[in-house]
Design a protein around this ligand. Structure first.
Ligand SMILES: *[C@@H]1O[C@H](CO)[C@@H](O)[C@H](O)[C@H]1NC(C)=O
Ligand SMILES: *[C@@H]1O[C@H](CO)[C@@H](O)[C@H](O)[C@H]1NC(C)=O
Ligand SMILES: *[C@@H]1O[C@H](CO)[C@@H](O)[C@H](O)[C@H]1NC(C)=O
Ligand SMILES: *[C@@H]1O[C@H](CO)[C@@H](O)[C@H](O)[C@H]1NC(C)=O
Ligand SMILES: *[C@@H]1O[C@H](CO)[C@@H](O)[C@H](O)[C@H]1NC(C)=O
Ligand SMILES: *[C@@H]1O[C@H](CO)[C@@H](O)[C@H](O)[C@H]1NC(C)=O
Length: 412
């Protein structure tokens, strides 16, 4: 009887602990911080509307330059689209920690801070940087870097500092920036294949353009779309295998590289787990697992694991990332067998001894064909993808090659 309340308290404590540890994935909550200060309610509201708030919460060593409601009203009177407002506000999020003390003690009196606008990949030249300069009389000036050297705003006060995770400061007004204020095309006007082509994913983009999958991508633009596009060298090496797929297989493979939801990088980092793709259709799962390892985000299919290597565009509701491997759905490709079984009728596979195969031959000069890992052409192409990817995979393969060599030597 006596124990019950104790138990209750214990359970409550545990629940609280779980709750707290569950929420520390985001070390801070900008919405909650600003909610304590009604003079920033408009700024706060727009951080939520533009989905910048979760982006901010997912980052540490960051400074948010907030402006008061009067300054926000001035911005809103320009009747800009929400996408343009997002660019402007992202220019007010500095990717470094500037507390009041550091602001007044900048080395050499001036510094350029990269911003979230820079990180979207849409800021031309140095437009994504903010110039911070210590001025006479203890003033600190702020200006968008490509704004002709004009320091158009100044530091007002520190709002909240959690060293060195997040510093929220007030600046006098919105930083004018022609680049950030440039009309941002609505997502339905974005040409995703053009974006990919311009940034090292032309082979994938051209393949997509030649396939009916392209219209599915376009149909999902407005509702939210995340694309994982393999870099040119990777997709080029994969083309022989692609060409061997059936028409339906080709479309499914291309659709497998899109997710019908917008996800920023920090959303991907904090939303690990299974995700459906554009290829998902009832019983045909075509799903993949998103998993982050620190700052790295990986995409695991049951066949291979790709890594996100870059951001081509991240503007709600469209995100396009580059990946270092072609995502191979288990519905189309066999997983690498853990134990080599005698050639289980190879899947759609590379034909002629193309580049992938010869490369592989060089890397592993047959340490007694018996335990050469079931050399289905599938494996060959997969491993070529590895060649273009993470260094540690190469290292692992190198080590196993040495081991195999030594083992082979001992047998002789
Ligand atoms: C800062 O962030 C780190 C990592 O998210 C966290 O472990 C730490 O507790 C945070 N510090 C404070 C003062 O909140
Ligand atoms: C942040 O705080 C706001 C307001 O308190 C809350 O609605 C929101 O769910 C919080 N977000 C996270 C990620 O905890
Ligand atoms: C400060 O100025 C000196 C001399 O001009 C220069 O060598 C140094 O790199 C500067 N430091 C920073 C942090 O800009
Ligand atoms: C920042 O702007 C000021 C004023 O235009 C200029 O003197 C200074 O060199 C700039 N700082 C940097 C780091 O570019
Ligand atoms: C998008 O750009 C590509 C070139 O990358 C072009 O072939 C295609 O027609 C464009 N699509 C639209 C809808 O403008
Ligand atoms: C395609 O895959 C089949 C097995 O599914 C294989 O026999 C053939 O060599 C591959 N290449 C071509 C060009 O058909």
């Amino acid at each position: 009887m006596q124990l019950r309340p104790v138990n209750c308290a214990g359970t409550l404590f545990l629940a609280l602990l779980l709750f707290v540890s569950g929420t520390t994935i985001d070390a801070h909550n900008i919405t909650r911080i600003l909610a304590k200060h009604p003079e920033f309610s408009t700024f706060n509201h727009y951080l939520t509307l533009t989905h910048l708030a979760p982006e901010i919460n997912g980052k540490t060593t960051i400074t948010v330059c907030a402006v008061d409601n009067a300054a926000m009203n001035e911005l809103l009177s320009k009747h800009l689209s929400i996408y343009t407002i997002k660019n402007i506000l992202s220019l007010h999020v500095l990717l470094d920690y500037f507390g009041a003390k550091k602001l007044h003690q900048i080395t050499n009196g001036t510094a350029l801070a990269a911003t979230m606008f820079q990180a979207t990949g849409t800021a031309p030249g140095s437009a994504g940087f903010v110039n911070i300069t210590d001025l006479r009389g203890g003033k600190v000036g702020f200006g968008a870097e490509n704004n002709g050297g004009t320091l158009s705003a100044h530091f007002v006060k520190s709002v909240e500092e959690i060293p060195y995770n997040i510093s929220v400061i007030q600046i006098s007004n919105v930083l004018p920036s022609d680049a950030a204020e440039a009309p941002t095309p609505a997502p339905s006007q974005q040409n995703i294949t053009a974006i990919m082509s311009k940034h090292g994913c032309k082979v994938f983009a051209d393949t997509l353009l030649a396939n009916e999958a392209e219209s599915t991508y376009m149909d999902n633009l407005d509702g939210g779309l995340t694309v994982f596009c393999p870099m040119d060298d990777v997709f080029k090496a994969f083309l022989p295998k692609y060409k061997n797929l059936t028409a339906a297989g080709k479309t499914a493979l291309l659709l497998y590289h899109g997710v019908p939801v917008y996800q920023s990088l920090s959303m991907l980092k904090s939303n690990n787990g299974l995700q459906n793709t554009l290829a998902t259709d009832g019983a045909s799962k075509y799903d993949l697992t998103v998993q982050n390892d620190g700052e790295e985000v990986t995409l695991k299919t049951k066949v291979d694991t790709a890594k996100i290597t870059g951001t081509l565009i991240d503007e709600q509701p469209l995100a396009i990332y580059t990946v270092n491997k072609v995502l191979l759905p288990p519905e189309l490709f066999k997983a690498e067998a853990p134990t080599p079984s005698p050639a289980p009728a190879p899947e759609p596979a590379a034909d002629a001894p193309a580049a992938p195969k010869s490369k592989k031959k060089k890397a592993a000069p047959a340490p007694e064909d018996s335990d050469a890992p079931a050399d289905s052409p599938d494996n060959a192409a997969d491993q070529t993808a590895d060649d273009n990817g993470a260094v540690r995979f190469d290292g692992a393969r190198y080590i196993s090659f040495i081991v195999a060599l030594v083992f082979g030597f001992l047998l002789v």
